[in-house]
Design a protein around this ligand. Sequence first.
Ligand SMILES: [Zn+2]
Length: 78
Amino acid sequence: MKNLKLFLTLTILSTVLIVFASTANQESKVYVCLSGTSYAYHNKYCKGLRKCTHKIDTVTIKQATKSGHGKACGYCYR
Ligand SMILES: [Zn+2]
């Protein structure tokens, strides 16, 4: 019975953590290249982002998704 209680505690704890992490993820800052053809968001140190010759905007993932940059970049988010 002791193990079951531990298992339940861990399950609940990890669920809370996952929910918290995904919420934080939606609000975390990412970088998008406003080139018109780009469709991905990047992190700060991305190789692909450095190639951007247009304006770079800092937005949350939520905002990036709304503006058509909802896909995580293949270089920096693997
Ligand atoms: Zn990138």
